[in-house]
Design a protein around this ligand. Structure first.
Ligand code: GRF
Length: 187
């Protein structure tokens, strides 16, 4: 299956998907990495791996306008699925509808807990025993939609939001690769 990955920054989850796709039995390939921030660090890695990239700032464009540009690029690349990986822009309803059941996102919490930002801080403040990450189907609501997979990560007594985030990130990389592979096999 042909997958486009949308990023806004570091792109470590995108990198995990790119490396997972190198395995002979992986059912997906990354055909495009697109970013709404031309400075996103992940773009450089994608280019170095020989993956086509598209970078265009959303600034000065209406959300639906920008998303239409993005959509044209993704479809032009022949993508059948979209994987959001640290993509920090809300998507327009048109875009979400156009990729219904074909677009996944990774979120650094055990959904439905802690949608939005500062998930690790909130888990620590709540005194939770575990943080974690979730991969879900993207629907119109932020960080909503059916959860396809989760990994729990134990919280340690000395954890800070940063140390917890670093450990959850390791789990994210594995969960996303595995869940995306399962999903494209079934859909
Ligand atoms: C990850 O924690 C992801 O779950 C969240 O944003 C972060 C992106 O990191 N949505 P990276 O760009 O994949 O390294």
């Amino acid at each position: 299956a042909r997958v486009a990955v949308l990023i806004s920054g570091r792109g470590s989850n995108m990198a995990a998907l790119v490396y997972a796709a190198k395995a002979l039995d992986c059912p997906f390939e990354i055909v495009l990495v697109a970013s709404n921030d031309p400075e996103a660090a992940g773009l450089e890695l994608a280019r170095a791996e020989g993956i086509p990239t598209f970078a265009h700032s959303h600034k000065g464009l209406k959300r639906a306008e920008f998303d239409a540009i993005l959509d044209a690029q993704i479809r032009g690349a022949g993508a059948q699925f979209v994987a959001l990986a640290g993509y920090m822009r809300l998507l327009s309803p048109e875009f979400v509808t156009g990729w219904a059941d074909k677009m996944l996102n990774i979120h650094p919490s055990l959904l439905p807990k802690y949608k939005g930002l500062h998930t690790h801080e909130r888990a620590l403040e709540a005194g939770d025993s575990h943080g974690g990450c979730s991969v879900h189907i993207v629907t119109a609501e932020l960080d909503d939609g059916p959860v396809l997979g989760q990994t729990e990560v134990a919280i340690l007594p000395d954890d800070t939001p940063d140390t917890l985030a670093a450990r959850v990130l390791i789990a994210e990389h594995q969960l996303y690769s595995r869940t995306l592979a399962d999903y494209v096999r079934r859909n």
